[in-house]
Design a protein around this ligand. Sequence first.
Ligand code: SAH
Ligand code: SF4
Ligand code: F3S
Length: 483
Amino acid sequence: MKKAVNIISKPQTNELRKRLLKMEVKDFTCFSSPLVLSFAQNKTYHIRTYGCQANMRDEEIMAGLLENVGFKKTDDILTANLIILNTCCVRENAENKVIGEIGSLKNYRLNNEDVLLAVCGCMVQQEHMIDLIVKKYRHVDLIFGTHNLDNLIELIDISLRDNSRVVDVKSRPIEIIEKLPSLRNLKHKAFVNISYGCDKFCTYCIVPYTRGQERSRPKEEILSECQELINNGYQEITLLGQNVNSYGKDLKNNATFSMLLEEVAKLKIPRLRFLTSHPFDFSSDIIEVMKTYPNIMKYVHLPVQSGSDEILKLMGRKYTSKQYLQIIKDLRKNLPGVHISTDLIVGFPGEGEEQFLETLEVVKEAAYESAFTFIYSSRVGTPAAKLIDNVSREVKGERFQRLVDTLEVSIKKAADQMVGKTYPVLVDGISKKKKEILSGYTETNKLVHFPGDESLIGQIVYVEILKSHLHSLRGKIVDGVNK
Ligand code: SAH
Ligand code: SF4
Ligand code: F3S
């Protein structure tokens, strides 16, 4: 059992809010040591990722770093020599899952002296969570944050050398690291970060504290990453950021998201997507670019959170329901067949029946094709945590159900309207339940299941929709492969 705890850095709550004016861009410098190289020999790693696409992309980067020094991936967590829990803390239940997992790995870790257990990601950007893990979960060897992923190999080296438990979680990012190695999860579709962090500070949200200052990557780096993916036969790229629409605002070179989107579209990737949009920064020039380039998928995820202006104000969302619905109108008018999805929170402090009914009205008017719904969860250190959480658990549950029922009307209608029509579908893989069934997504991000051969994975095929369910469709391939 490890003895000393080596605290290199811990995030300080008052530092988490600070924004530096300028970020330096640096190329990744590779680190390895004889100690790590000999430890990694014939050893395996397993990364368990929770949370959003930002974490999924971080997993790919960590995998790249680990493979560089000789680790091999395993799908079986209970045979891995290095286990990394890549965590999320956006809601309490996300954290509870991770804590449960850390506990369940105790015996495996303690019975295997040559195993390292690491916890990284958003959850440990919170000081109280570090304190909890250091004190209560003494079998965790390594804790590092979202701002120093690139130091992973160095941290493993320190832990091995000193036989210590290492904590290195920075309060804020100090630079943007380019040319990071990565081992991508899929061979046909990829996430490309265009910006990191978030400066919106919605009052309920922990992300600006865990991911830090919004920082846009240089355009040239993004374009060259996209070009390389295209050269390697990728069919789909999703440009990624907590708020993609504000891309470039920190660059001081007049770069905008719509300009970047256009330049990536011109590279001729067959399918181009972007995630997530914020209504405050969603300008009409984005719609213009979407209209011009058929390879930009006609799908927009535009979180509304609430339909009540009063609640939107308390949430710090910086738009009214009227302004939001105007964007929806513009999207539907200019992009026929567009699918729009959203995120909604019920039970925010101060939400009464009247405010909730306003949300239902906006939901009806927006007529979403899909949606993600959440019950408000108070997060330590956010401004909303100081508000009195005056909506009871029962009322939150009941509103959640009414919201889901209302959303289902337009979701079901949109799915039903697809029956009998044929759509191009990018084949993702075989279905979890049946091996002879393939699954993939339409251009508007609808999940489709259909019989077909595994060899079609990664290709775009034409599928006629035969039956609709709420969250997926069933169909059959009609036209062979579209190359
Ligand atoms: N940057 C993205 C992702 C944020 S997290 C965006 O702005 O959309 C994804 C969703 O989680 C948010 O849109 C919000 O609906 C939900 N969420 C965030 N914090 C929450 C909290 N404290 N309680 C409940 N839901 C929350
Ligand atoms: Fe959180 Fe708001 Fe930023 Fe999204 S835009 S990550 S909800 S603070
Ligand atoms: Fe979770 Fe962090 Fe993403 S809190 S939602 S993993 S940015």
